[in-house]
Design a protein around this ligand. Structure first.
Ligand code: NAX
Length: 328
């Protein structure tokens, strides 16, 4: 019999989770493994009731792979014995709110959840989606005694998927032809989407898209600003595409990465590419499919690209200073 997987998801009453939970339960993410879902959200009656409604709908799908779904307001209860924690829940950035204020507002959520994961879960992997996700992952990891920092990751897969789509559209090819796209740094407007190491139909991107000005300017800023563009167009932040990226992230860590390929995820730096050790920074990552992963080494970067990486790493360092008092 295949081994069950227990997944806790925070922010379960929110809009990303409404697109995410069904794809965790359906077999799409974990194959034929029975899935136990723990839905965690705030201890507010209306919020808990909304979670119960989502749980009812999950049951109503009749998925062969959904073993159980439970609703929680206590993180210690929700994180007990889990295999994956998907930390989606956070307060959204309000109008006129500075990034620093958002960091200080959401940081404490991740100190408490880090402590709860430490108490409950010996064999857990964590994906932080709630923003600012890199720094929130750093806070959770540093408050989670006994769980290695390597188990904490943050989501830049949506940025990677956005970059793939932009390159494919510009080149007039299917998305599947675009490979080797890396998002470096922070999931923020300073992120660096790397086209220098990406390929289209097996050729370097710069051989297929010869407009270097477009690559260095319009392409990068479109990916960096895509979240805002979605809010402007839809009146709400990305939800289905964010859920899709979270599924991609989990699947990529669960599977063995094909030789010579990689995916983007924010993971704890070991000093690779000059990124200070300990920062949760987006890198090219390769998974061994057995719970281990490595930062892919040896990608070449022009001086122009190195400056882009330095800028986004500087922002991560500033964020680490802002939350210094929350780091355990
Ligand atoms: P919603 O506002 O729809 O839902 C958030 C949910 O989190 C709410 O149900 C709220 O009650 C819950 N919540 C708040 N504090 C909590 C806590 N301490 N414990 C448990 N639940 C808690 O937001 P949604 O659109 O679902 O977005 C969730 C987060 O994802 C936001 O922080 C957002 O900024 C972030 N995003 C991250 C992305 C990424 O690529 N890393 C992209 C999409 C999205 O912007």
């Amino acid at each position: 019999m295949t081994k069950p997987v227990t997944v806790a998801i925070t922010g379960a009453a929110g809009q990303i989770c409404y697109s995410l939970l069904f794809r965790l339960a359906s077999g799409e993410t974990f194959g034929d493994r029975p899935v136990h879902l723990r839905l965690l959200d705030l201890p507010i009656a209306a919020v808990q009731q909304a979670c119960e409604g989502v749980a009812m709908e999950l049951r109503d799908c009749g998925y062969a792979t959904l073993a159980s779904v439970t609703v929680h307001s206590d993180p210690f209860e929700a994180f007990d014995g889990i295999n994956w924690a998907l930390l989606v829940g956070a307060k959204p950035r309000g109008a006129g709110m500075l990034r620093k204020d958002l960091i200080l507002e959401n940081g404490p959520i991740f100190t408490a959840q880090g402590q709860a994961i430490a108490r409950g879960a010996a064999d857990v992997r964590v994906l932080v989606v709630g923003n600012p996700c890199n720094t929130n992952a750093l806070i959770a990891a540093s408050n989670c005694t006994g769980v290695p920092n390597e188990r904490f990751t943050a989501m830049t897969r949506l940025d990677q998927n956005r970059a793939v789509a932009q390159l494919a559209m510009k080149a007039g090819v299917p998305n599947a032809d675009v490979t080797g796209v890396t998002i470096w740094g922070n999931h923020s407007a300073t992120q660096y989407p790397d086209f220098e190491n990406a390929r289209i139909g097996g050729k370097p991107v710069t051989e297929v898209i010869t407009d270097l000005d477009w690559l260095q300017n319009a392409f990068i800023s479109t990916v960096q600003q895509r979240g805002k563009a979605i809010i402007d167009a839809r009146g709400k932040s990305s939800a289905a595409s964010a859920a899709n990226a979270a599924i991609d992230h989990v699947k990529s860590f669960e599977a063995a990465t094909a030789p010579g390929q990689w995916f983007s995820a924010a993971v704890v730096s070991d000093g690779s590419y000059g990124v200070p050790a300990g920062l949760i920074c987006s890198f090219p990552v390769s998974s061994d499919g057995k719970g281990g992963f490595s930062i892919v080494q040896g990608l070449e970067m022009s001086d122009w690209a190195k400056a882009k990486l330095a800028a986004t790493v500087a922002e991560l360092q500033e964020e680490r200073e802002v939350v210094g008092h929350l780091l355990g």
